[in-house]
Design a protein around this ligand. Sequence first.
Ligand code: FES
Length: 146
Amino acid sequence: MANDLDDFVCELQEQIYEETRKAYGEDGFERWLNMRYMGRMPNPDGYARLTGNCGDTMEIFLKFEDGRVKEASFLTDGCGSSAVCGSFAAEMALEKTPDELLDVTGEAILERLGGLPKEEEHCAYLAGETLQEALNDYMTKQVKKG
Ligand code: FES
């Protein structure tokens, strides 16, 4: 009985893994299994929180040093692909100057992942837009500082 249940759970897990691998691609699947750059950052230099049309929220935190992103992280209450996209947005932001950050868009995240299923592409755009808003926040603070 217990073995039957174990087999069932194993099969189910395999099935979920297979579907996720197919949806996110190999890199996205690996990231989904071993999530990186997730978490709240105290006192970020740039921060944004956006809610997408799907109702999910994405937060991005940036810390700069010598004009480049030194640390980046994200949080989301959304689906698995929003977590994968947030994680890649944070990773792609690292070491970038504000100018270079402008290139880290939803499109760039999708390209990095090798695409997502059509119905999940908006997760990448939400991550990209949140990153751009966090950059905006940083730039606005810089201007205020003079
Ligand atoms: Fe809302 Fe993915 S479904 S961000």
